[in-house]
Design a protein around this ligand. Structure first.
Ligand code: PMP
Length: 369
């Protein structure tokens, strides 16, 4: 028997009769207030994808035995819609999010779907909740596509029912500090991911175990923790962001380095955008762009030699977050930040990405109106 694919043309729309107040920009807190509507599509193993629904934001009613509550059959995406200078709404590289979401779904024994069909109904949500997309740099509507297993049974098995849904939250700049360099603690007593594990997928289960080390780092005055792996101290990610370093090499060239996608690292859309823009726009006589393993000891040694120039994290929520120091086993690795400000490349990449997101520059059709 063939099962139904996800079909955007079947979308059923029920608009709210009780519109919410749009919060003033200064009151926006990350992911705390939501728009008037949400999207839902149910799936069953027997019939495939059901009728997509756009309806007023509401609670779910689920059986306490539902498998998502017991075995973490859950995965999600994080993407944003931006208002451009003409008032039009744009999403940034949503095809990458759809591809990653389907990869996560396949790994979590949840159903996959046609990403373009899903984006077409997300476009309808953006139109319905258009008034919640704030304007201005740093402001956007954060979209949270989510997929959960909904089989109401305790047997540990692939779900035969699932729910794909999307909620949306108007947001401002992610870090209270703004574009100010942050301090990190390198975690050496816990790892985020491991070879053969699921660190490359955006499963909710990957996040629960990361909070405790992050809280520990926060207690000692750091904004985020730096995730290491193995005896060698390989650098993997920073908090829930990918990480980049800029070194001044002895041959006079600068090197932009990020760890390779070896299965322990989430393939970030901002990471890929940073690498692509750096490879296209930087002068290759002056720069090397590398995806290669690097250890905390290399960073420490090169900082001491004065060869560490910049360090920053990348992710949808904050886009680019400059780093000012890393504490590792009681020793501080200092990243040179002049007057407490981000370095030149960190600023440059953040501006390049921003101008594409807000539709000021057209680059490889990364921005979808
Ligand atoms: N690593 C982790 C663990 C993350 O949760 C995120 C945020 N999705 C990222 C990296 C950055 O990915 P992106 O640039 O796609 O937001």
């Amino acid at each position: 028997m063939t099962t139904a694919p996800l079909d955007s043309t079947k979308l059923v729309i029920e608009k709210t009769t009780n519109p919410k107040e749009v919060l003033p920009k200064e009151k926006l807190a990350f992911g705390k207030s939501f728009t008037d509507h949400m999207l839902e599509v149910e799936w069953t193993a027997q019939s495939g994808w059901g009728t997509p629904k756009l309806s007023p934001y509401h609670n779910f009613s689920l059986d306490p035995a539902t498998c998502v509550f017991h075995y973490s059959f859950e995965l999600f995406e994080g993407m944003k819609a931006y208002r451009d200078k003409d008032g039009k709404i744009r999403t940034f590289r949503s095809d990458k999010n759809m591809e990653r979401m389907n990869g996560s779904a396949a790994r979590a024994s949840l159903p996959t779907f046609d990403g373009e069909e899903f984006m077409k109904i997300i476009d309808k949500l953006l139109l319905a909740d258009e008034r919640f997309v704030p304007e201005g740099y740093g402001y956007s509507l954060y979209l949270r596509p989510t997929l959960i297993g909904t089989t109401p049974a305790l047997g540990v098995a692939a779900p035969d029912k699932a729910l794909l849904y999307v909620i949306a939250s108007p947001v401002g700049p992610y870090f209270a500090e703004g574009f100010k360099p942050v301090s990190l603690e390198a975690t050496d007593y816990a790892v985020r991911a491991w070879p053969g594990g699921v660190g490359a997928f955006k499963l909710g289960a990957n996040y629960v175990s990361c909070i405790q080390p992050q809280s520990e780092a926060a207690k000692r005055g750091h904004s985020q923790n730096l995730w290491l792996f193995g005896e060698e101290g390989y650098i993997t990610e920073v908090g829930a962001m990918n990480v980049f370093f800029v070194f001044q090499n002895a041959d006079g060239k600068k090197e932009l380095v990020t760890p390779p996608l070896d299965g322990t690292i989430l393939p970030g859309v901002t990471r890929d955008s940073t690498l692509t823009l750096a490879r296209e726009k930087l002068n290759s006589n002056e720069w090397i762009v590398s995806e290669r393993p690097l250890t905390i000891y290399e960073v420490k040694e090169r900082a001491l030699k004065g060869e560490l120039v910049e360090a920053f994290g990348t992710g949808t929520a904050a886009v680019v977050s400059p780093i000012k120091n890393i504490e590792h086993r009681g020793e501080a690795i200092e990243v040179p930040v002049e007057d407490g400000k981000a370095g030149a490349f960190t600023k440059q990449i953040s501006e390049w990405i921003r101008s594409i997101q807000y539709g000021e520059e057209d680059f490889k059709n990364w921005s979808r109106v």
